[in-house]
Design a protein around this ligand. Sequence first.
Ligand SMILES: [Zn+2]
Length: 256
Amino acid sequence: MLHPAPLDDADLLTRARSGDDSAVAALYEIYRGPALRLAQVLAGPDEAADLLSDVFVRIVARFRAGAGPSSNFRGYLFTAIRNRHRDLRRRSGHEDPVSHQPWLLEDITPPVDEIPEDFCEDHAAAALATLPDAWRRVLWLIEVEELHVREVADRLGLNPAAVASLAYRAREGLRTAYLEQLVRCVAATSSECGWVRERLGRYVRAGLSTRAACRIASHLEACVVCARSCTDLQRVNSRFHFCRRMASQSAQAPAS
Ligand SMILES: [Zn+2]
């Protein structure tokens, strides 16, 4: 029996926007698992299914109106879940719709992260796993749950200045760790190459002592392989706008 070729999001989204319910059902099947995990993190296990179905009903309504996303359904869905959760929390259960289809009036903000085409989710997950729990926790709350610093401070029992500082170090740590994952793919051919490669992420992020940076700079003048790795890292580093995407690579929120 022949299996149909896998469909990409763009095709499904085009069909969904033109009223094809089977395309909507396919999108639901593809993204239900990760969307439910996000909903569980935001709303807790008891409320997650309700939050997710509420969001899907709204998205279906937008599709039926010929609207909704034309690409990156995952990003759109995750943003919709976060926005809806925040709205419900703000309203504290006092929902008062202004029309019989109020969701059609909503503007679901698309994600602002620019994701480079060569962004690697496995590297991001591996990078995230190397970070201390406190960093992962603050990244999750700020980048994925999109809480304000003050809310994070309340949740963690810290003052806002401490949270801001922690978030800065956590973002920096995640970027460096991501670069280190990239460089790890190329085997070191000498002990000096190995020493350089362990530090190349921090070198590109300007996070090394002057002495270590000088040692690396002189190695890069002599070693073509490390120099090429460094150029690759600098290219990724110059487009580092995808902290949220990286922070969301753990399957669930770090434990409190
Ligand atoms: Zn080298």
